[in-house]
Structure formats: structure tokens, C-alpha cells
Design a protein around this ligand. Structure first.
Ligand code: FAD
Length: 326
């Protein structure tokens, strides 16, 4: 590993100042970052450890009705907090609970989960001359072993977004706050991901030195329920091969509003508004779930080794809808 300066800030302002320096990167628990550094895929000369700022940047609180989740909140805290023990937020709670192992969840932070680097084995190995890694002219997965890669919305790189938390947070209409140059900004979570996920762009839209401080979940309407389902190759800790988060707002036995977001099948988490629209005004039924699952994958184009994602992914959409409506 290349030697680096290690900054342990005592205030967010200090962290922000240090994070702006060239060739500097911020660290949550370091589960993903340190892994990449060991592989020499990331070689910063300075690291700003955010963990000393847990007092101000971790924890879950209800503020003006909305839920504020500090960026350094761990996945275990998310899974176990009483504020998430309700049907409206069940999708988010379950997505945290089904991530990795208890040990990983105990350390992993919410911001780090959203900002973790793709698991594509070509970009994560310095031996491969991959376009997204800046080491080669093309996306090697496009023609190589692409069993875990995209089927939707890819451009010149078929990586997938690996975060479990992103789909349910998007389905709940979450926003995120950041600080840069002392200025606080708050945006829709969808803005954190590039609208055109090209190989040579970063996987998120943060500016250099910008620190995510919190996530915000708006008050959910009465009758809101959410779910999160994923498929994976191993039953134990593994990243998803397909995932779906659903939010339904029920009015009696009719769906009054709906959101459907896919994960693990595209370079960014994918809201599927056309599929969600079909749910509105309808009563839950297997036929409706089938129709919505087809629409959620409308336009999907499988690669040479991942056509299974369409079959499995649609089953996961149906399961997520069934769970939310139950
Ligand atoms: C065995 C194993 C299985 C796993 N399975 C899953 C899975 O099924 N699903 C899933 O979603 N994840 C999975 N993970 C990934 C894990 O959830 C992430 O690695 C973890 O959440 C990253 O959090 P961290 O705090 O360690 O982030 P770090 O490694 O510290 O940071 C990750 C990235 O985020 C940036 N960053 C971190 N915090 C901030 C901030 N506040 N502001 C700006 N930038 C920031 C860092 O600069 C870095 O680029 C697995 C990990 C392991 C080891």
C-alpha cells in the first residue's frame, strides 16, 4: 500500500478543509476503501477518517416529522432502530438487515454503503485493462464474463450498482445533505448518481472534498408500506444479483401511490416509474404483479451470460410487491 497521511478531524469543518486537499479521500469504516487501497486501485496520499465525528454524524432522529439518518450510522443501527420498526420503512430496515454479515453491518456506514465502488471484477483487478478503471479502451465485461453485470440502462460500461440501501431509500423519496466549503446542500438522492452512467465518469456526483452528512426520509403517508427483496448466488453474505424495492400507499384495499426501484441490474439504482404507475388505482393481484414485473424490466437487454437476471429479477419484483401488499 502506498504511504499516506492520516487525518483524524475533531470537527466537520476540519474534515471538510482536509478533504479538499488534492489526492485526498474521506473514509467511513473503510470496508470498501481499504480493500481498494490494498489492491492498489486507489492510492490517495491523504485519508480523512470521518469516524471521530460520530457524535455529530451518526444516529437516527425524527426531525420535523422526517427521519434524519446520520451518514456514519451503521447498518446494524439502521436494522435495529425502533423508528424503522414499521411497515412504511420495512423495506429499508430489511435491506440493511440482509446486507453482508453481522460483523460487516456492525462497521459499515450508510454513506459508505451508498458510495461503495462497483463489484465488477474487471475494474476491481489492476490486471485488467478496463475502461471504467482508466486502464484500457473498452468495457471488458461487455464481451467477457458478465454474469453479474447490467441488463438495463448501461452505456459504455456494464457494471452494476451494488448498494442494498439505495433502492429502498429512493423508493421512500429520500434526500441527502452534504457539506462542501462550509456550505450545506440538500438534494434528492437520485442526484447522487449520474444520469448518464458513462465509464469515464465517477459512480457518484459528489464534488472533490464534498462530505455526505445525512440522509433524510420524508414523512410517509398513512397506508404506506415498503419492501425490499433480492436474489443472490449464495444464501450467506453476498451482493445481490437482482434487487427490487417497493413502496405502496394503500387506501383501503386499493393502491393509491407506488414506487418501484431496481438494484443490481444497472450501473445506477433504477426507479421504474412506468411500472409503478400501473399499480395506482388497482387492487393487489397476481396478474397485476406479473404485469408490473414485465414493465419493470421493459427494455432490458441481457448480455451473453446474464439472461437469467430477467427471469429471476421479475420474480423478485413480484415477491417485493406481494410482501409490500401483504
Ligand atoms: C463480505 C462483504 C459482503 C458485502 N455484501 C454487501 C451486500 O450484499 N450489499 C451491499 O450493499 N453491500 C455489501 N457489502 C459492502 C458494504 O456494505 C460496504 O463496503 C460498506 O457499507 C461501506 O461502508 P464503509 O463505511 O466501510 O465505507 P468506506 O469503505 O469507508 O467508503 C466507501 C466509499 O464511500 C466514500 N465515503 C464514505 N463515507 C463518506 C461520506 N460521509 N461522505 C463522502 N464520501 C464518503 C469513501 O470515500 C469511499 O469511496 C459487503 C461487504 C463485505 C465485506
Amino acid at each position: 500500500m502506498k504511504p499516506f497521511t492520516y487525518v483524524m478531524p475533531t470537527t466537520l469543518a476540519e474534515a471538510g478543509e482536509a478533504a479538499k486537499k488534492p489526492d485526498t479521500i474521506v473514509k467511513g469504516a473503510g470496508l470498501d476503501l481499504v480493500d481498494r487501497m490494498k489492491e492498489r486501485l486507489q492510492t490517495p496520499s491523504q485519508i480523512v477518517n470521518l469516524l471521530p465525528l460520530k457524535t455529530e454524524m451518526a444516529g437516527i432522529a425524527v426531525e420535523n416529522g422526517e427521519l434524519r439518518i446520520g451518514a456514519l450510522t451503521t447498518l446494524t443501527q439502521l436494522e435495529q432502530h425502533p423508528a424503522l420498526a414499521n411497515r412504511a420503512l420495512e423495506g429499508l430496515r430489511h435491506s440493511a438487515a440482509s446486507t453482508a454479515t453481522p460483523q460487516v453491518r456492525h462497521r459499515a456506514t450508510v454513506a459508505g454503503n451508498l458510495l461503495q465502488f462497483t463489484r465488477c471484477w474487471y475494474v476491481r483487478s489492476e490486471a485488467h485493462r478496463c475502461l471504467h478503471g482508466g486502464r484500457g479502451p473498452t468495457c471488458l465485461a461487455m464481451t467477457g464474463d458478465n454474469r453479474y453485470h447490467s441488463v438495463l440502462g448501461w452505456m459504455d460500461c456494464v457494471r452494476v450498482h451494488p448498494s442494498n440501501l439505495a433502492p429502498p431509500l429512493l423508493a421512500l423519496g429520500a434526500e441527502y445533505s452534504t457539506v462542501l466549503d462550509g456550505k450545506v446542500r440538500r438534494r434528492k438522492l437520485s442526484d447522487l448518481f449520474p444520469s448518464e452512467p458513462r465509464a469515464q465518469l465517477a459512480e457518484h456526483t459528489l464534488e472533490h472534498g464534498e462530505i455526505v452528512t445525512a440522509l433524510h426520509i420524508p414523512v410517509q403517508p398513512e397506508g404506506a408500506r415498503s419492501s425490499y427483496c433480492e436474489s443472490r448466488e449464495k444464501l450467506s453474505h453476498d451482493w445481490a444479483t437482482t434487487a427490487c424495492a417497493v413502496r405502496l400507499v394503500m387506501s383501503g384495499d386499493t393502491i393509491a401511490a407506488a414506487d418501484v426501484v431496481l438494484g443490481a441490474v444497472s450501473p445506477v439504482p433504477r426507479p421504474r416509474p412506468d411500472a409503478a404507475k400501473v399499480l395506482v388505482g388497482k387492487k393487489p393481484s397476481d396478474d397485476l404483479w406479473k404485469k408490473v414485473a414485465e414493465l419493470a424490466y421493459a427494455g432490458a437487454v441481457p448480455l451473453s451470460h446474464n439472461a437469467y437476471k430477467l427471469t429471476v429479477g421479475k420474480a423478485i419484483v413480484r415477491e417485493a410487491l406481494e410482501q409490500a401488499a401483504r
